[in-house]
Write a protein that binds this ligand. Structure first.
Ligand code: MLT
Ligand code: ZN
Length: 464
């Protein structure tokens, strides 16, 4: 089928307004959020329901045309950006944004892929429930992308990654079949748990069109505190002390370097309510049992007395809580204002974090002395964003390899939560064992034999 007749056939399925072909109108579908990756789509298609997604996939596959699933475009790895060929169709799920059902007794929500995370959070909040996926991008990130990339965020230490919220999925496969697995069961051990093949595989095996997510009751009390510590080792001592005192209530434990917060204050006019320190920890705890604040304050008094932390402040109002979180959530924006940054979304065993930081810092400074390190992250779950601000001329791949090699010596991962997309394809191939890559390729070939679902993402060299 010629491209013109494919576009005509797609328009018949989704209506004229559901197909975007003008170059100017295609701009939002042509680059990622950070403008790191730029592509040239043949067109963008915006189906209104699952049947239309299936029809679109069948038409594209019959024409041998690749499909790039697209949601809120908040990813950091270029997973939703088409290539430069002008031959790939972007399939945007944004017109499928319905909340189909909220089951209060079962604590579940059934939601379409294009629903914005914050919209789903607000809908369940009205019913006294919590959808515990928390990301800086929650005002734009969409459920389909969150599931397809197995997003992480700031409360993984308590609630797990997006994967652990997914009870059921509706998926359109590469042959256009609709698999309706929208079960809302906590226990379902009947054979293969096939939905896992579509979570975190970045649209390379199928297109997530709807999901049933596990909710939880909304904690009645919350405490947020900012602590100053002199080293990452002391941040871990603080984590141990917090676990001992209020462990099951911890929902956030974020590490931020003093340099990272200095960039936030410099570029974004936010204020750190503590004196200068080498490191800061933002700690959040929540529970429905009264007494959380008292218990937290007693524990914070102890860590100050034992000199694990040198200073601390507990938020006294929702506004102060939001101000503390704004410091943490503005680090990426402030980093962007500083110049070019090369991101590393790594994880190592939690106990190895101080040593990892020391070894990585020394390695970077030895080879790239002009670099500025922007280290922060979700250390309560072992995930560090070890971003490096560098001159335009610096070879990013050499830097990636250097840091990923250090990660490897600690048995870590080159992507804790951002996924592979197109950004880390070569590094995944370099860092994962051949047997792991081979089994992943076998699944890819079995589910997408023509390599038409998001080709070039996760894998580089799948040949149909
Ligand atoms: C965050 O946790 O703020 C983002 O995942 C990190 C980043 O921008 O590198
Ligand atoms: Zn993060």
């Amino acid at each position: 089928m010629q491209h013109k007749s494919l576009i005509d056939a797609l328009s018949k399925v989704v209506g004229d307004r559901g197909v975007v072909t003008e170059v100017d109108d295609l701009v939002p579908f042509s680059h990622d959020w950070r403008h790191m990756f730029h592509g040239r789509p043949l067109c963008a298609v915006l189906p209104r329901n699952t049947q239309e997604v299936s029809d679109v996939v069948r038409l594209c596959v019959a024409a041998g045309v690749a499909i790039v699933p697209f949601g809120g475009n908040t990813g950091l790895s270029g997973g939703a950006t088409p290539d430069q060929s002008g031959q790939q169709v972007v399939l945007s799920l944004t017109r499928m944004s319905a909340i189909r059902d909220i089951d209060v007794m079962g604590e579940t929500i059934e939601v379409e892929a294009g629903c914005i995370l914050q919209t789903a959070q607000e809908a369940v909040d009205e019913k006294g429930l919590l959808l515990p996926i928390t990301l800086a991008a929650e005002g734009s990130a969409r459920i389909g992308g969150i599931v397809s990339t197995n997003a992480g965020g700031t409360n993984v230490l308590r609630y797990g990654m997006a994967r652990s919220r997914v009870l059921g999925l509706e998926v359109v496969t590469a042959d256009g079949q609709i698999i309706n697995g929208l079960r809302r069961l906590r226990k379902d051990n009947a054979g293969y748990d096939w939905k896992q093949w579509f979570i975190g595989t970045e649209g390379t095996l199928g297109i997530v069109t709807a999901a049933v997510l596990q909710l939880t009751s909304k904690p009645r009390y919350r405490v947020t505190a900012l602590l100053a510590v002199s080293s990452a080792a002391n941040a871990l001592k603080l984590l141990c002390a917090a676990r001992g005192a209020i462990g099951e209530t911890l929902t956030g434990f974020e590490l931020m370097s003093g340099a990272a917060l200095a960039r936030v204050t410099r570029h974004l006019q936010l204020k750190v309510p503590l004196g200068q320190a080498d490191w800061y920890v933002l700690l959040e705890a929540s529970s429905s049992l009264p007494g959380l604040r008292d218990a937290t304050e007693v524990f914070l008094g102890e860590v100050l007395e034992n000199e694990i932390a040198s200073d601390g402040v507990v938020a006294e109002s929702e506004k102060q809580e939001a101000d503390l979180w704004a410091l943490r959530e503005s680090i990426t924006e402030a980093e962007g204002k500083e110049g070019r940054s090369v991101k590393h979304d790594v994880s190592v065993p939690i106990s190895a974090i101080p040593e990892f930081l020391q070894v990585a810092d020394e390695a970077v400074m030895r080879i790239f002395p002009e670099a500025q390190i922007n280290a922060f992250g979700h250390i309560g779950d072992g995930n560090l964003h070890y971003n490096v601000i560098v001159p335009q001329s610096l070879d990013a791949l050499a830097l990636n390899q250097l840091i990923h090699d250090v990660v490897g010596t600690f048995g870590g991962s080159i992507s804790a939560e951002h996924g592979i997309g197109q950004y880390r394809v070569d590094e995944l191939t370099r860092c994962r064992a051949p047997a792991e890559l081979a089994i992943a390729r076998q699944i890819k070939v079995a589910l997408d034999p023509q390599n038409l679902l998001n080709p070039g993402k996760v894998f580089s060299n799948i040949k149909p």
